[in-house]
Design a binder for this molecule. Structure first.
Ligand SMILES: [Cu+2]
Ligand SMILES: [Zn+2]
Length: 180
């Protein structure tokens, strides 16, 4: 009897080990990121990986050549990073559209709020211009994100539309299209 129980426990353990890595590995998406300015898409600055976990989407940057400090970081609606035009003038990254908002909330409340689903925790860039600190977006998963884009803004993000709209991130600094 004890032997059967031990075998059953072993079988359960083997099953858990076999399934766990499959869940993680099947849901990793790598995004190539480039600088963006009013002339269009600029030099490559690295990659960001998106990974589903039981806690939500883990977003891990491996970026260089950014300006130090905190940067607004969001999923935007369109799979594009080029310029758009506002009052006849070219604007960096405008082709990406607005913050990903499938439920049409129209409000910027950050990753823990009830507004834009694409609101992420800010991206931290070290003094040497690299970003390697992962962030967690608890409401997101990779299945929602195909054919969207990932955007890094020039300034930070206060998770509010006040005093500045969309967290105050301002100009679009770097961007990557989220593919398969
Ligand atoms: Cu944004
Ligand atoms: Zn937003």
């Amino acid at each position: 009897m004890a032997k059967i129980l031990r075998l059953a426990a072993l079988a359960a353990l083997v099953t858990v080990i076999a399934l766990a890595p499959a869940y993680a590995n099947d849901h990793i998406v790598t995004v190539d990121v480039n600088l963006t300015d009013s002339r269009g898409i600029g030099p490559a600055v690295g990659t960001v990986t998106l990974e589903d976990t039981r806690y939500g989407l883990v977003i891990t940057p491996n970026l260089t050549n950014l300006t130090p400090g905190m940067h607004g970081f969001h999923v935007h609606s369109n799979p594009a990073c080029g310029i758009g035009f506002k009052q006849g003038e070219p604007v960096a990254g405008l082709a990406a559209g607005g913050h990903f908002d499938p439920f049409e909330t129209g409000v910027h409340e950050g990753p823990y709020g009830a507004g834009h689903l694409g609101d992420l925790p800010p991206l931290f860039v070290a003094e040497d211009g690299t970003a390697t600190t992962p962030v967690l977006a608890p409401r997101l998963e990779t299945g929602f994100l195909h054919n969207r884009s990932l955007m890094v803004h020039m300034h930070g993000d206060n998770f509010s539309d006040e005093p500045a709209p969309l967290g105050g991130g301002g100009p679009r600094l770097a961007c990557g299209v989220i593919g398969e």
